[in-house]
Write a protein that binds this ligand. Structure first.
Ligand SMILES: Cc1cc2nc3c(=O)[nH]c(=O)nc-3n(C[C@H](O)[C@H](O)[C@H](O)COP(=O)(O)OP(=O)(O)OC[C@H]3O[C@@H](n4cnc5c(N)ncnc54)[C@H](O)[C@@H]3O)c2cc1C
Length: 312
C-alpha cells in the first residue's frame, strides 16, 4: 500500500475537525480530514434541541447546523474522506492507517471527540436496546413511568427535573456518596416530590421479560445486593473520550482525555488535539470550533518553522 503525504492530517470530522480544516484551507495549507461516519458533523445529529450557545448564532437543532456545515465544506472544496476509520497511528512518525489507505502528515490534529458512556451490565435478552441515553424531545414518553435515572452530574439532575415535570416518577441513582451536580440543581431535585435520590449504589443487572421490570443493585459500602423496580432506565453517566488509538503514545488524563497546552499542542511536536477529546473537557460546540481554528494556526506556525529549518 502506497503512502500519501499531506502537510496536515485531521483525524475526526466533528465541528472541531471541520473548523480546523476550514482554517487550513483559508491559509492555503493542503490537508486531509478523515472521519469514520458517513457524514461530517460528529455529535451534531444527536442534538435534538435548539442550539443557543454558539456565539450568538442560532440553529433549530444539530442536524440543521450539520446540513449547513456540510454544504459549506463541499462548496469550499475541503478535502475529506468520510466512512474512514483511523485504526492505528504512529504519532512519532506521524503516520495513520485506515482500512483503505496509509497517510503521513507533517502535522496531525486529533479531533476524535467523545461518546456517551454506556451502561455495561448484564441485561436479560432484548433489554439492552431499551436503555435510553437521550431523552430530549421525548420526555412525555416517560409520563407515569417509574424511571431509574443513573448519574450524578448536572445532566443527570437536569434530566430528572425535565422528566419529573412530564409526570415521571424518577429515582436518581448515583454510585458515589455525593452527587456532583451544581448545588442549585441539587436543591431543586431534592425539593421535587416525584424525584427520589439514592447514593452509594451501582446497577449490576437489568431484569425483565420483554420489557424492563427491575434492576439489581449493589451497595458500594456493604456489598449487599437488592432489586429495584423500574419501567424505564435512563443513563446520564457523562462521556468517554475517543482516545484509545493514541494511548501509550501521548500523556492522557486518568480517564483518557488528551493533555494539551494553550496552543493545543500535545507532548509530541507537530501533534495537536482539540475539542471534546482534550483534557479541557469543555464539551461545547463553541470551544471545539475555536480550538479547531486555533490548532490550525498553531500547525501553520509549526510547519513554517519546520520547512524553514529543512530549507536551511
Ligand atoms: C445530545 C447532545 C446535545 C448537545 N448539545 C449541545 C449544545 O446545545 N451546545 C453545545 O455547545 N454543545 C452541545 N453538545 C456537545 C457538542 O456536541 C460537542 O461538544 C461537540 O460536538 C464536540 O465536537 P468535536 O469536534 O470535539 O467532537 P465530535 O463531535 O465528537 O466529533 C468527533 C468525530 O471524530 C470521529 N472519530 C472518532 N474516532 C475516530 C477514528 N479513529 N477515525 C476516524 N474518525 C473518528 C467521530 O466519529 C466523530 O465523527 C451536545 C452533545 C450531545 C451528545
Amino acid at each position: 500500500m502506497g503512502i500519501q503525504s499531506f502537510p496536515a492530517i485531521i483525524i475526526g470530522g466533528g465541528i472541531g475537525g471541520i473548523s480546523c480544516a476550514i482554517e487550513l484551507q483559508y491559509n492555503a495549507i493542503e490537508h486531509l480530514l478523515l472521519d469514520d461516519q458517513d457524514r461530517l458533523g460528529g455529535q451534531l445529529p444527536l442534538i435534538k434541541t435548539k442550539i443557543r450557545n454558539l456565539g450568538g448564532l442560532y440553529f433549530i437543532d444539530g442536524p440543521t447546523l450539520q446540513g449547513q456545515i456540510n454544504e459549506y465544506v463541499q462548496a469550499q472544496g475541503i478535502r475529506f474522506k468520510a466512512n474512514t476509520r483511523v485504526r492505528s497511528c504512529d504519532l512519532y512518525e506521524k503516520t495513520v492507517e485506515t482500512d483503505t489507505g496509509l497517510y503521513r502528515g507533517d502535522s496531525l490534529v486529533i479531533a476524535t471527540g467523545a461518546r456517551v458512556r454506556l451502561l455495561e451490565v448484564e441485561c436479560d435478552p432484548g433489554l439492552e436496546e431499551q436503555i435510553v441515553y437521550f431523552t430530549e424531545k421525548r420526555e412525555a414518553d416517560f409520563a407515569q413511568q417509574n424511571v431509574l435515572l443513573i448519574g450524578g452530574g448536572d445532566y443527570a439532575s437536569i434530566t430528572a427535573l425535565d422528566l419529573s415535570k412530564h409526570g415521571a416518577n424518577v429515582t436518581l441513582l448515583h454510585r458515589r456518596d455525593k452527587f456532583t451536580a451544581r448545588p442549585d440543581l441539587l436543591s431543586l431535585v431534592e425539593s421535587t416530590p416525584n424525584i427520589k435520590t439514592i447514593t452509594n449504589k451501582q446497577v449490576i443487572a437489568v431484569r425483565g421479560d420483554h420489557n424492563i421490570r427491575s434492576v439489581e443493585i449493589v451497595d458500594a459500602i456493604t456489598g449487599e445486593k437488592t432489586d429495584l423496580a423500574a419501567d424505564a432506565i435512563v443513563v446520564k453517566m457523562g462521556c468517554a473520550p475517543n482516545s484509545e488509538i493514541f494511548s501509550g503514545q501521548l500523556p492522557l488524563t486518568e480517564d483518557g482525555y488528551i493533555e494539551v497546552n494553550a496552543n493545543l499542542e500535545t507532548a509530541i511536536p507537530g501533534i495537536f488535539a482539540i475539542g471534546d477529546v482534550t483534557a479541557f473537557r469543555h464539551l461545547r460546540l463553541s470551544t471545539a470550533l475555536g480550538q479547531g481554528a486555533a490548532a490550525a494556526l498553531s500547525a501553520l506556525r509549526y510547519l513554517r518553522q519546520r520547512y524553514q529549518h529543512a530549507g536551511g
